[in-house]
Design a protein around this ligand. Structure first.
Ligand SMILES: C[S@@+](CC[C@H](N)C(=O)[O-])C[C@H]1O[C@@H](n2cnc3c(N)ncnc32)[C@H](O)[C@@H]1O
Length: 256
């Protein structure tokens, strides 16, 4: 597949469904260890091991969280992702449903836990983010918990000095300056291999929904949600060391 310049984040994940490695559906490249760490954190904080809890994972990526639990329902927006997920999780009780965070295809009060990790920031507008929160509240049972994770509190391009926009050369120069020769060579090989293989190389839209904690608390209060916990997103450094993201927050919200 050639280089894909995606106009929306939905196009990003539809293109990634053609990747050889299904983990690309999580948006963390090859960093599978980071996904495991994050899903483990969500599982513990929401006590998802309890088999009596009905769990919904909206924007479930490659289904890592649900695979860890061995059950639950995952939502992704495109049929190409659904096909990939159903094939990868065949023979498990995990269900995958095509749908959008802004309009979930479930009856009210269907789930004890609703997880939306890395989804709110990639919705196209602030109004979409608000619709997604309203929908999470609608499908959660009274007293149920909602996880909204990886919400940026600042402009990450400015924070990290990523000024290359859609330029691949600019991107490679940025990687070389900030992550060293080894990572830059890996990035270059990834770009080159996508030109002659079926592996998509996706250039994503840069806009993210940015919501600092003070604005986030106002937003969720409008939906009668109580913040029961908030903390910085855990990230893994190249050395494998666990750190806190300087730009992203996780939240646990309780429905009244
Ligand atoms: C950054 S990935 C996060 C995947 C997974 N939750 C994780 O953290 O590993 C974003 C996910 O949101 C999904 N997504 C994008 N737009 C969506 C929408 N409008 N409604 C529901 N899911 C959406 C993508 O298909 C993808 O699964």
């Amino acid at each position: 597949m050639p280089i894909v310049r995606a106009k929306t984040h939905i196009e990003v994940y539809a293109a990634r469904a053609a990747s050889a490695d299904i983990h690309e559906l999580n948006g963390r490249g090859k960093n599978r260890a980071a996904t495991v760490m994050i899903m483990d954190d969500i599982t513990k904080r929401l006590e998802l091991q309890d088999p009596d809890l009905a769990v919904l994972d909206v924007g479930c990526g490659d289904g890592s969280l649900l695979r860890m639990l061995g059950r639950g329902v995952g939502v992704v927006p495109t049929t190409v992702e659904i096909d990939r997920l159903r094939a990868a999780h065949a023979g498990t009780p995990i269900e995958f449903v095509q749908g959008f965070a802004q309009q979930l295809p479930f009856s009210p009060e269907s789930f004890d836990r609703v997880v939306m990790h890395g989804v709110i920031p990639i919705l196209p507008t602030a109004a979409d983010a608000e619709m997604a929160i309203r929908e999470a509240v609608r499908v959660a049972r009274p007293g149920g918990l909602i996880w909204i994770g990886s919400v940026p509190d600042k402009d990450e391009s400015a924070y990290y000095g990523r000024t290359y926009d859609d330029s691949i050369l600019g991107y490679l120069t940025y990687v070389l300056k900030n992550h060293g020769m080894r990572t830059a060579i890996q990035a270059l090989l990834q770009v080159l291999s996508s030109i002659w293989s079926r592996e998509p190389y996706v250039i994503q839209p840069k806009e993210l929904f940015i919501c600092p904690p003070s604005s986030f608390s106002q937003l969720v209060e409008r939906h009668n949600l109580r913040i029961v916990w908030q903390g910085r997103l855990p990230v893994l450094a190249a050395s494998g060391e666990k750190r806190e993201s300087p730009t992203r927050f996780n939240y646990i919200l309780q429905r009244a």
